[in-house]
Design a protein around this ligand. Structure first.
Ligand code: NAD
Length: 242
């Protein structure tokens, strides 16, 4: 049975990934930290279509909560065969204004969340000698960006985690890859305001922001159509940085 755990998936890229994977035959766990109503709505939508879905609340920065979430998925569907580390937070600050609390929190969620979730699903993947892990980085994980030092540092680290873990786990039959989205039209980028988003769209060679579904397609590609691909970063950014 194909079982996917997608973190931070009550909205945005995570929700699109959950829908796409459910339609591709995965039983999906929609993880959320807030907005239980949105997570439940998505589960209802998918189950009405005859697809398999549950939602589980957990802060990915909390290792014990992540363990309980993975146990719940195992009880409902069986062991996780695909982990999508999507949950993430961002805020723009000039470097001198970053508080130590924010620096710790963004690392705990964006990078620590990957660590906690991978550790929780890995024992079974190692036992089965198979599994797939997809981490969501960003173009700011490949390039620097002013006022994004904390976010960009976590997203660079996610690429380091991906490459090193891929090397370590390949002999165990487990693939680890990464998607680096460009500017995608979700709640996360709305803080930038319409004017800035319109300017960004003009700078992007494809002439528009990406849609969450387009990142979901890259995730599905890595999960189901890239069996000889590991340790790679797919930039899905409309050609923003070439
Ligand atoms: P979003 O803010 O809509 O989604 C992020 C999700 O993560 C939300 O559902 C949020 O509740 C959840 N989340 C936050 N902290 C959590 C925690 N501690 N535990 C569990 N869930 C938590 O934004 P999005 O654009 O859909 O972002 C999804 C991922 O894509 C993030 O990792 C983000 O960094 C990355 N990304 C987004 C863009 C973009 O332009 N939107 C670009 C590059 C990378």
């Amino acid at each position: 049975m194909k079982v996917a755990l997608i973190t931070g998936s009550s909205r945005g890229i995570g929700a699109a990934a959950a829908e796409t994977l459910a339609r591709a035959g995965y039983a999906v766990c929609i993880n959320y930290i807030e907005r239980q109503d949105k997570a439940e709505e998505l589960v209802e939508k998918l189950t009405r279509e005859g697809l398999q879905a549950i939602c589980v609340q957990a802060d990915v920065a909390d290792a014990q909560a992540v363990k309980r979430m993975v146990q719940r998925v195992e009880q409902e569907f069986g062991p996780v065969t695909l982990l999508v580390n999507n949950a993430g937070i961002s805020e723009q600050h000039q470097f001198q204004d970053i508080s130590p609390e924010w620096w710790k929190r963004i690392f705990d969620v964006n990078l620590g969340g990957c660590f906690n979730c991978i550790q929780a699903v890995l024992p079974h993947m190692l036992h089965e000698h198979s599994g797939c892990i997809i981490n969501i980085s960003s173009i700011w994980g490949q390039h620097g960006a002013s006022c994004e030092v904390a976010y960009s540092s976590t997203k660079h680290a996610i690429i380091g985690l991906t490459r090193s873990l891929a090397a370590e786990l390949a002999p165990s039959g487990i693939r680890v890859n990464c998607v680096a989205p460009g500017v995608i039209d979700t709640d996360m980028v709305q803080v930038l305001g319409k004017e800035t988003l319109d300017m960004l769209a003009e700078e992007i060679p494809l002439g528009r922001l990406g849609k969450p579904q387009e990142i979901a397609q890259s995730i599905l590609f890595l999960a189901d159509y890239a069996s000889y691909t590991t340790g790679q970063v797919i930039a899905s950014d409309g050609g923003f940085i070439l």
